[in-house]
Design a protein around this ligand. Sequence first.
Ligand code: NCD
Length: 358
Amino acid sequence: MRHVLDITDLNVTEIDELVATAEDMLANSAKYAHILAGKKLATLFYEPSTRTRMSFEAAMLELGGSVISCADMSRSSASKGETIGDTVRVVSNYVDVIAMRHPYEGAAYAAALKSPIPVINAGDGGHSHPTQTLADLLTIHREIGRFDRLTIGLCGDLKYGRTVHSLINAMLRYENVKFVLISPEELKLPAYMLETLDRAHAGYEETSDLESVIGKLDVLYMTRVQKERFDDESEYERVKDCYVLTAEKMKLAKKECAVLHPLPRVNEIAEEVDDDPRAAYFRQTLNGKLMRMALILKLVTEKDSVYIREKTVLGGKCANKKCVTRLEKLAPLYKAEEENGMHRCAYCETLQKLGDRK
Ligand code: NCD
């Protein structure tokens, strides 16, 4: 039994295997059409979603399995005060694997701690979104053909964009990958992600000017400003249209630059770019379904795998008010080693001094 809460829960060999399986699923779909007959997936989505939820459900159906879901989690027992842990314990009696999305950071981890069946994180607040990264990786593989020697520009909301955090964590593991972090000051990467880049000795630069760097990118990853994560609406209004990719700007990009976006898009890519052969974002959605098929198959059929995370008990609640430890009375923070005198919350990864915990 095995969970995928973060992209680093899969090693690079496993990523290669998932990519190969996904490619095979595309070429030989009949071979997989009944492979999970009798198995069930539950989608527990506490937050809006179109493609993630539907692609998880389509993925399970295409493997011959079935799906159960709660149409609206705000009408589930969560509204009566049931904890995430109790909900997954109950649901695990009905299905073989759970895909969960939640607005609180670290929620999937809280679920996994109590779950006897695999939990897949389908997005936890502004923290991480590993299966979107699987979609992004297959897209990079299919559009460019390699994961190393790439310059990747990440543009827009790097603060709250969970897909950005997971993609960086995935790409950090390949040789000679450089990151160009393009955002306004207010939407820069969180401290814990910058610390992660520094620890990996990754090459990166930060800029607010897309046009000055677009010409050197092999991948341009555009993102939506995550309106729902802002406490202050006026701050959102100030930054919401900070970048708009247009056909004019695409003239400055390399001939082989792949443009990705996890979608939904709001204003950040003009529709005129859709006809550019470098625009890969709609192909990316098919890739998402294929990689979710490969992942579900792996988790449901894999035997003898054990899920291990560091467990040094510190206790208390996290300083991040969007952390799941602030929503529920959860067991302690688990500590990784100290980083520049700070501790990393095991649920949401926010770096904090022990005295900052609530
Ligand atoms: C992303 C998400 O939910 O984080 N969407 C998705 O899953 N494809 C990106 C977004 O909502 O902007």
